[in-house]
Design a protein. Structure first.
Length: 273
């Protein structure tokens, strides 16, 4: 599951469900689909051969960065800076909001990661909520260690850029766990990413945290939620990661030590022989 919501301070908002851009393998690992197969366009939650720019100018397109050669899924809002909805735009009338997804992935470890870039082309403040989640299998019902980190970069066109968390959390990236398949969430205790300001171009992070994870329930779903406010005429790129690792029970350690002892004993016998 992956969703994106953008709220602009003038009242405009955009919501995108990008779950369709993910591909899942037989081991329940998922990653960002590399192109659309027969088409490189994704609009209204599905792949299309040609986008409907007349009634729906916003869409996702598989692109390649000319400078780095890195592929990504790019999206832009339906409205340009002056509020119109033309088929194309130029530097003097850019899209109000532009996004780039370089990575969204999850593995059975279990862990989650993402790489997203946001460009706010107008003077209004924009708030972004990007969420990605997956099932935890096998479930975690014992002591565990949770980890999270976030890093990135900030760029401004008007002298100063500020990125800050919004909502109840004081951190941009929140790691959450669920015991009812995503209906209710609890904090994992490793929220990361403070407010930051910079002039020109600057790095953001790395900010990381490790902790003993919450117990007392059987965790079967996890998600990362990144919620940040970006000032006008500014850009931000964020790369985030989070994981939960069960702590082996004492008897598991004992079995491991016994196994290592037997391996050492056999190695000594072979050496003597």
């Amino acid at each position: 599951m992956a969703t994106l919501h953008i709220q602009q301070s003038d009242g405009r908002s955009w919501t995108e469900n990008v779950t369709g851009l993910l591909v899942v393998d037989a081991q329940n690992n998922f990653s960002l689909k590399q192109g659309g197969g027969t088409t490189d366009f994704f609009q209204n939650g599905q792949f299309v051969n040609a986008v409907d720019t007349a009634s729906h100018p916003d869409y996702w397109q598989w692109k390649s960065d000319a400078a780095t050669g890195v592929n990504y899924w790019g999206w832009h809002s339906a409205e340009t800076l002056n509020g119109s909805t033309p088929v194309s735009t130029d530097a003097s009338n850019p899209w109000m909001s532009v996004l780039r997804l370089n990575n969204v992935s999850g593995h059975g470890d279990p862990d989650l990661s993402y790489a997203v870039s946001a460009v706010n082309n107008n003077t209004y403040t924009q708030t972004y909520t990007f969420a990605v989640g997956e099932e935890i299998f096998p479930t975690v019902n014992s002591a565990n260690i949770v980890h999270a980190d976030i890093a990135g970069g900030l760029t401004t066109k008007d002298g100063n850029v500020t990125i800050s968390p919004f909502g109840s959390s004081t951190a941009i990236q929140q790691f959450q766990l669920s015991a009812d398949n995503g209906a209710t969430f609890f904090t994992a205790g490793v929220d990361v990413g403070p407010q930051a300001s910079a002039a020109g171009t600057a790095t953001y992070g790395t900010y990381a945290a490790d902790a003993s994870g919450p117990t007392g329930q059987t965790w079967n779903y996890m998600q990362i939620v990144s919620k940040f406010t970006l000032t006008g005429k500014d850009s931000a790129s964020l790369v985030g990661f989070a994981s939960i690792t069960p702590v082996p029970e004492p008897e598991s350690y004992s079995m491991l030590l016994v196994g290592l002892g037997l391996m050492g004993f056999m190695a000594r016998r072979c050496k003597r022989a």
